[in-house]
Design a protein around this ligand. Structure first.
Ligand SMILES: Cc1cc2nc3c(=O)[nH]c(=O)nc-3n(C[C@H](O)[C@H](O)[C@H](O)COP(=O)(O)OP(=O)(O)OC[C@H]3O[C@@H](n4cnc5c(N)ncnc54)[C@H](O)[C@@H]3O)c2cc1C
Length: 393
């Protein structure tokens, strides 16, 4: 069948479902295409919870992006009568000069939010769950920190977009995308769709769909784990044990949050470039084993939180898509392109999903983005071999 739309969104995970919602909210004709089912567990947006922060240590400009995401999570929640964000505060722990503290302070400043700095002794007394603190460790509390719910969010954004007039095709892999300068053509096994613009939010599959990205994006295998306290206590429940990021000795670090309704305590390691493996999203080994996947994490948990049982009670495979510089990839493939890429989450993009969706909509419709996007734009990789060539010509 031949179909037409103003904008097509390819991939309806965390980012794509929110792009679809923000486009539908503007009243444009939009088709969302998803290879699998809504809120499936084969990509990056599953596993019950994600950490939310405005004071994002990863880049100062993510502060304003996080602040906009905060508003939009609230809007999605009230539009769909669902809880999309539980605010518990978020605690960052490291030395005062560390990237964790200084990066978070820079993002908080860019967002114009006030954080609370905890001196070492105050950190110890307010958060006794934290064992083996380094004498230099301080704490920084982001008052807007908390947790999101990925499956619920994808489902809500997709449903809300449909209510606003979007069309959604599930179980429909996109086979090709071409841009002839006057529009884009998107082919599936059953349909040929013509649109003004396409947003490619295919997560780990984006480099397979757009070979231009294969030089700059790398899917990686990243399992997630849930834990329980070693003894009967509620000190590891939310909000007593809020979302956290914690530096550990020799450059490692962990993140996580306390237990809450329907979920246990979650703890994971940072990706230091060696502790997770590159993968192909179609052939990834989803089996999780002690030797390969959680031995190192168990050691860090035992050190960092002696009150937790360091053996996980549950595990699930997930993936991230790393970019070369650790920042998302969001923008037109090149200035003349009608293809907008929204991928390369680098393991920290769920919290921003509605703001990324908003920015993708703004780019597609020629609006002024609410934040300067140079730090996320594909142009920063223009020296890369394939990205320099126009797509589909
Ligand atoms: C273990 C782990 C912990 C994390 N913790 C956090 C956290 O605490 N906070 C945070 O903010 N972020 C976190 N993240 C990152 C966050 O989950 C991701 O940034 C986010 O889910 C990325 O969403 P996405 O839309 O890019 O990818 P996905 O959700 O994978 O969506 C891509 C979609 O595209 C579809 N697709 C692919 N190819 C095609 C095609 N050809 N045609 C049609 N559809 C296609 C896929 O089926 C999929 O549904 C974590 C990630 C992992 C793995």
């Amino acid at each position: 069948m031949e179909l037409q739309a103003d904008v097509v969104v390819v991939g309806l995970g965390g980012w794509g479902s929110n792009a679809l919602w923000r486009l539908a909210k503007r009243g444009v004709s939009v088709i969302g295409i998803e290879a699998r089912s809504t809120a499936h567990d084969q990509g990056s947006s599953h596993g019950l919870t994600r950490l939310f922060r405005v004071a994002c240590r990863e880049h100062p400009q993510l502060g304003p992006v996080g602040l906009r995401a905060l508003e939009l999570w609230d809007e999605l929640g009230s539009d769909t009568r669902t809880v999309q964000l539980t605010t518990t505060k978020a605690l960052m722990v490291g030395s005062y000069g560390s990237e964790t503290i200084q990066g978070s302070l820079a993002a908080a400043e860019a967002a114009g939010i006030k954080t609370e700095l905890l001196a070492h002794n105050e950190l110890r007394s307010r958060f006794p769950q934290y064992g083996n603190l380094d004498p230099d460790d301080v704490g920084l509390l982001d008052p807007f920190g908390g947790i999101n719910y990925p499956e619920r969010a994808v489902e809500a954004a997709t449903r809300q977009a449909v209510e606003l007039g979007a069309r959604v095709l599930t179980g429909t892999p996109v086979r090709s995308i071409s841009d002839d300068g006057g529009g884009v053509t998107i082919e599936t096994d059953a349909d040929i769709i013509r649109a003004e613009h396409v947003v490619v939010s295919a997560g780990c599959w984006a480099p397979g769909l757009l070979p231009e990205l294969s030089d700059v994006l790398q899917p990686r295998r990243m399992p997630m784990f849930w834990f329980r306290p070693a003894a009967d206590t509620d000190s590891f429940a939310l909000p007593q044990f809020p979302a956290f990021i914690r530096d550990l000795p020799s450059g490692s670090g962990i993140w996580g949050h306390g237990s809450g309704p329907g979920h246990a305590i979650k703890v994971g390691m940072w990706d230091d470039g060696t502790n997770f493996e590159d993968c192909d999203p179609d052939t990834i080994d989803r089996t999780v084993t002690r030797e390969r996947d959680w031995q190192q994490l168990s050691g860090l948990v035992a050190h960092a939180f002696p009150g937790l049982d360091p053996e996980p009670i549950e595990a699930k495979m997930c993936m991230v898509t790393d970019s070369l510089d650790g920042q998302f990839l969001l923008g037109r493939l090149n200035p003349a392109s009608r293809v907008i890429v929204a991928s390369g989450d680098t393991g920290h993009g769920f919290k921003h999903a509605p703001a990324i969706g908003e920015l993708a909509a703004q780019i597609a419709l020629g609006e002024t983005p609410f934040v300067d996007l140079d730090f996320l734009g594909p142009a920063r990789f223009a020296a890369n071999r394939l990205l320099a060539k126009p797509i589909g010509r």
